[in-house]
Design a protein around this ligand. Structure first.
Ligand code: VGL
Ligand code: ZN
Length: 209
């Protein structure tokens, strides 16, 4: 079965010192590099997503003139208001500098429409528009995806749930993910939700054994 490693949003703004720093986010970079070399050796594809917002994105608390990490509605959908993050062409939007980006075959950007947020690498949060990720995987005859990245409780979770709905076989590398955890159990619940929806949860050690 053809397979791809999918690395979700391993960007400066989600790592230490970033605008929306995920606790311990940097620690997954070593896992990502090790997984990339493992997957490349096996002949798997390696792809990544990149959160890529215009400076006036509607998910930004600054745009809504409200406090970060509170909630409201954006174009009819429940929305958490985030600090400004992953602004197009900013340093915060770049992939982490220690990530071996030369191993990446394709990068899929998301969150470019100011009116709607986009956690999943496949669709925006309203499932109104699709990125090129699904058609790229289809063209490359890839049926299984191995997912890791940031953040467990947002972009990893929604990417995995969409992948399952689209019919992919999905493995999640648990120790290759870190969550925002606005509520302390959010990452744990996200792993349970992904598992209940049909994803296989594995550690890096299990996967590379
Ligand atoms: C993400 C919140 C806002 C993520 C992106 O990558 O999980 N979270 N934008
Ligand atoms: Zn975002």
């Amino acid at each position: 079965m053809k397979r791809a490693l999918l690395m979700v949003d391993i960007q400066n703004d989600f790592c230490a010192g970033g605008a929306l720093a995920v606790p311990d986010g940097d620690s997954i970079v070593d896992v990502a590099n090790a997984l990339m070399s493992f997957c490349k050796t096996r002949g798997d594809a390696v792809v990544a997503t990149q959160d890529w917002h215009p400076a006036n994105h509607g998910s930004f608390a600054s745009v809504q003139k409200t406090e970060p990490y509170t909630q409201g509605k954006l174009d009819g959908l429940r929305q958490t208001w985030w600090p400004d993050h992953c602004v197009q062409h900013s340093e915060g939007a770049e992939l982490h500098p220690l990530l071996n980006t030369q191993e990446i075959d394709a990068i899929f950007r998301k969150g470019e429409n100011t009116q709607i947020d986009s956690y999943s690498g496949f669709f925006d949060n309203g499932h109104r528009q699709k990125t090129e990720l699904d058609s790229w995987l289809f063209r490359n005859e890839i049926k299984q995806i191995v997912v890791m990245g940031l953040a467990t409780d947002y972009c990893v979770k929604f990417t995995v749930l969409d992948a399952l709905t689209l019919g992919y076989d999905v493995i999640v590398i648990t120790d290759g993910c870190r969550g925002v955890n606005l509520h302390p159990q959010d990452s744990l619940k996200a792993f349970q939700t992904m598992s209940a929806a049909g994803a296989t949860l594995m550690t890096f050690a299990d996967f590379t054994y």
